[in-house]
Ligand binder design. Structure first.
Ligand SMILES: [Cu+2]
Length: 147
């Protein structure tokens, strides 16, 4: 995780410097939302659907509204919900990956303030392509109360 974080930061500085004018395939994000949270709640969750024309892997996510963001999977094992932290989340070409309640999600830790319905929260996502190149993109997600 540490190495990926470093690479991801590096990408930003390179991107800002406009050093590499390499065009990269944008990952399409749809149905993005952040779950509204209560005061004093330290963890939260965000969901979205990722689609890409080529194989990519989500390797890192961050937002100013959480101390850390982890990619989690959720499965039922013997009637018990189990969450697991994932280093990477593959997004196969042409096969949208849906992060939704009860399944894959972005887990948000160390929330400094609650997410209020109607707010817009900016996230930065880093993707790795098949060649190992890392690119980043920003997604703005609206805060909604759970359906
Ligand atoms: Cu989780």
């Amino acid at each position: 995780m540490q190495k990926t974080t470093f690479l991801c930061r590096l990408v930003t500085s390179v991107f800002l410097a406009g050093w590499l004018g390499v065009a990269h395939a944008e990952v399409k994000t749809t149905d993005a939302w952040v779950r509204a949270s209560n005061a004093g709640q330290s963890v939260g969750a965000a969901y979205l659907t990722l689609s890409s024309a080529e194989d990519v892997t989500l390797v890192y996510a961050e937002t100013a509204r959480a101390g850390t963001v982890e990619m989690h999977s959720m499965t039922m094992q013997n009637g018990v919900m189990k969450m697991r932290s994932m280093e990477e989340l593959p997004v196969p070409a042409g096969k949208p990956v849906k992060l939704a309640p009860g399944g894959l999600h972005l887990m948000l830790f160390e929330l400094p303030s609650p997410f209020k319905a109607g707010e817009q929260v900016k996230f930065r996502l880093c993707f790795k392509d098949k060649k190992g190149n890392i690119t980043d993109q920003f997604v703005t997600m609206p805060v909604k109360t759970a359906p």
